[in-house]
Design a protein around this ligand. Structure first.
Ligand code: HEC
Ligand code: HEC
Ligand code: HEC
Ligand code: HEC
Ligand code: HEC
Length: 189
C-alpha cells in the first residue's frame, strides 16, 4: 500500500526517469521532451516545427474531411521502405473540375500537363544510411497516426512527432520487444 509519504518518492523516481534517464537516449528530441505518459509509443516533437513551404498548399485536414483514406494517396511499393506521394493524376481526378480556377489548382494542372511530378518537400527524414522500412511497421499493425500525429487535423503537414530520432526508435522497440541491437538499424555491427 502506498502511504502518503511514499507517493512523493514514487513521483520523484518517475520524475527522475523522465527528466534524467530518458533524455540520455533522446538527445535529438530535446530536454523537456517527455509527455506525461512515459508509455506513449512516440512522443510529440518538443521543438518548434512549422511545416515547410510546399509548392502547392495541400491540406490534409480539408481532404480527409471528404472521407479520403491514406492508402488512396500513399502506397507502399516493394521493397516497402517508402510510402510515396500521390501521382498528380490522383489529384486531377477531382481537380479537373473542383476549384479549377484557383491559382494553386492551375499550378497543379500545369504539372499534370507537363508530366513533372509536384516537387513536394520532405517533412520526416532519418539520416541517410539508417535502415528504415515502413513495411515491417505496418505489418506489425502500427497506425500512421502513432508515428505522424493527428494528420486529419493538420492543414500544413509538419513534423508533429519525434519519430525520426534514434531514442524514439529504441524506446518503441523496447516497448514492443522489437530488436534493439545496433545492426537492426545500422550497417555497422
Ligand atoms: C488526397 C491525397 C492524400 C491523402 C488522402 C493523404 N495524403 Fe498525406 N500527403 C499528401 C501529399 C500531396 C503530401 C505532400 C505535401 C505535404 O506534405 O502536405 C502528403 C504528405 C504526407 C506526410 C508527410 C511526408 C513527408 O514528407 O515526410 C505524411 C506523414 C502523410 N502525408 C500522412 C498521411 C496520412 C496518415 C494520411 C491518412 C490519414 C494521409 N497522409 C492522407 C496527400 C495525401
Ligand atoms: C476526392 C476529390 C479530391 C481529390 C482526390 C483531391 N482534392 Fe483537393 N480539394 C477537393 C475539394 C472538394 C476541395 C475544396 C474546394 C473548395 O473549397 O473550393 C479541395 C481543395 C484543394 C485545394 C485548395 C484550393 C483553393 O485554393 O481553395 C488545393 C490546393 C488542393 N485541393 C490540392 C489537391 C492536391 C495537391 C491533391 C492531390 C494530392 C488533391 N487536392 C486531391 C477535392 C479533392
Ligand atoms: C513506426 C513509425 C511510422 C509509421 C507507423 C508510419 N510512418 Fe511514415 N514515416 C516514418 C519515418 C521514420 C519516416 C521518415 C523515413 C525516411 O527518412 O525515409 C516516414 C516518412 C513518411 C513519408 C515520406 C517519405 C516516404 O515516401 O516514405 C510519408 C508520405 C509517410 N511517412 C506516410 C505514412 C503513412 C500514410 C503511414 C500509414 C500508412 C505511415 N507513414 C506510417 C515513420 C512511420
Ligand atoms: C511505434 C513503435 C515503433 C517505432 C516508433 C519504431 N519502430 Fe521499428 N519496429 C517496431 C516493431 C513492433 C517492429 C517489429 C516488427 C516485427 O516483429 O516484425 C519493428 C521493426 C523494425 C525493423 C525491422 C527489424 C527486423 O529485423 O525485422 C527495423 C529496421 C526498424 N523497426 C527500424 C526502425 C527505425 C529506424 C525507427 C525510427 C526511425 C523505428 N523502427 C521506429 C516498432 C517501432
Ligand atoms: C531502432 C533503430 C536504431 C537502433 C537499434 C540503433 N540506432 Fe543509431 N540511429 C537510428 C536513427 C533513426 C538515427 C538517425 C537519427 C536522426 O536522423 O536524427 C541514428 C543515428 C545514430 C548515430 C549518429 C548518426 C550516424 O549515423 O552516424 C550514431 C552514432 C548511432 N545511431 C549509434 C548507434 C549505436 C551505437 C547503436 C547500438 C547501441 C544504435 N545506434 C542502434 C536508429 C537506430
Amino acid at each position: 500500500m502506498l502511504t502518503s509519504a511514499r507517493v512523493p518518492i514514487a513521483a520523484w523516481a518517475a520524475g527522475f526517469l523522465l527528466a534524467v534517464v530518458f533524455p540520455l537516449w533522446t538527445a535529438n528530441a530535446g530536454q523537456s521532451a517527455m509527455p506525461p505518459a512515459a508509455q506513449l509509443d512516440v512522443p510529440a516533437n518538443p521543438a518548434p516545427h512549422p511545416g515547410p513551404e510546399q509548392p502547392i498548399p495541400y491540406s490534409h485536414k480539408t481532404h480527409l474531411a471528404l472521407g479520403l483514406t491514406c492508402a488512396g494517396c500513399h502506397t507502399n511499393p516493394a521493397p516497402g521502405k517508402l510510402m510515396t506521394y500521390p501521382a498528380t493524376a490522383t489529384c486531377m481526378s477531382c481537380h479537373h473540375v473542383i476549384a479549377k480556377g484557383k491559382p494553386a489548382i492551375k499550378k497543379l494542372a500545369s504539372n499534370a500537363t507537363s508530366g513533372q511530378p509536384v516537387p513536394w518537400v520532405r517533412v520526416y527524414q532519418v539520416l541517410p544510411g539508417v535502415n528504415w522500412t515502413h513495411r515491417k511497421h505496418l505489418d506489425a499493425g502500427i497506425k500512421c497516426e502513432t508515428c505522424h500525429g493527428q494528420v486529419s487535423e493538420m492543414h500544413a503537414m509538419s513534423e508533429a512527432t519525434s519519430v525520426t530520432t534514434m531514442g524514439v526508435c529504441l524506446h518503441c522497440h523496447t516497448l514492443h520487444n522489437a530488436p534493439t541491437v545496433c545492426a537492426t538499424c545500422h550497417m555497422w555491427p
